[in-house]
Design a binder for this molecule. Structure first.
Ligand SMILES: [Zn+2]
Ligand SMILES: [Zn+2]
Length: 275
């Protein structure tokens, strides 16, 4: 009887796959959903391909490189020479960054499938990607930080006009459910608060991607404002964004947060452009 039931379930699954194949969120081709994998996982060592398999087809799935040492201990850029220790890069020596350190989950390439997936969340409202992305970003956080080093999680804010157009802030979607995800792995993040109303973007700016070095810095200069300094004062803040390109935006946010009494600012992004 049980065997018969098992067979029925398997036929059911096969039918579901045939009737409801999944659409790849990068290339939009249909593919059979992967077998559910219920094996236990260590959040710190989470595998990109396992987390993304329900969303990307087998062709798009491998297009990913992790952001790994040797990196700049300050801004997190990977060194071309893959041997040696982490150290401060020339750019950080020449133009010191205001934040304490920046880290990322993976390498962002415009053409790569990981990069495309990040943009799909932002521009195509594929908010279902927030689920796997949150897990990946949390794993990067747990690898690079001791959770006791951070008091507040904050998204890089959008201007209200952009927020209304889009309907969501993709940076916030990247950590919204961290507490719940961590709890499922017996990790307690209850000492870390989420704060998303203290820092504002006070004027809209053209997309940084369309600009070059100095223009980028000018573009975001004084674009952010703390409206609730009491929430910031004395706090150790992790500022979250989807992509780190030259760090202009997060550096500008950091300036404003430090001016309002934050103790230090760290940066975490899903993707990191490696110039
Ligand atoms: Zn695909
Ligand atoms: Zn650097």
């Amino acid at each position: 009887m049980t065997d018969f039931k098992g067979i029925l379930f398997r036929i059911g699954d096969a039918l579901m796959e045939a009737v409801f194949p999944t659409t790849c969120l990068v290339c939009e081709k249909l593919f059979p959903p992967p077998q559910k994998d219920y094996s236990g996982e260590d959040l710190r060592e989470i595998a990109y391909q396992k987390v993304m398999a329900p969303f990307l087809c087998p062709t798009c799935l491998p297009g990913f490189s992790p952001a790994v040492s040797p990196i700049c201990s300050k801004c997190g850029i990977m060194f071309k020479n893959r041997y040696g220790e982490d150290r401060v890069c020339n750019d950080c020596l020449m133009t010191p960054k205001r934040f304490r350190m920046a880290r990322s989950f993976g390498v962002y390439e415009t053409e790569g499938t990981f990069g495309t997936a990040i943009r799909r969340l932002k521009y195509n409202e594929e908010t279902q990607l927030a689920r796997p992305f949150q897990k990946l970003l949390l794993s990067a956080f747990l690898r690079h930080w001791d959770k006791r080093e951070i008091d507040l999680l904050m998204p890089v804010p959008l201007h209200i006009k952009r927020f209304r157009e889009r309907g969501f802030n993709q940076a916030y979607l990247l950590f919204r459910h961290w507490h719940r995800i961590a709890e499922a792995s017996d990790i307690d993040l209850s000492d870390i608060q989420i704060e998303r109303s203290a820092l504002f973007k006070i004027r809209p700016t053209p997309p940084q991607a369309s600009l070059k070095g100095r223009e980028r810095r000018e573009n975001v200069k004084d674009a952010f404002k703390v409206r609730k300094p009491d929430k910031i004062k004395g706090k150790r803040i992790l500022l979250v964004d989807d992509i780190y390109t030259t760090g202009g935006t997060v550096n500008e946010c950091t300036k404003e947060l430090l001016k309002n009494g934050a103790e230090y600012i760290d940066i975490l992004t899903l993707g990191r452009r490696m110039l």
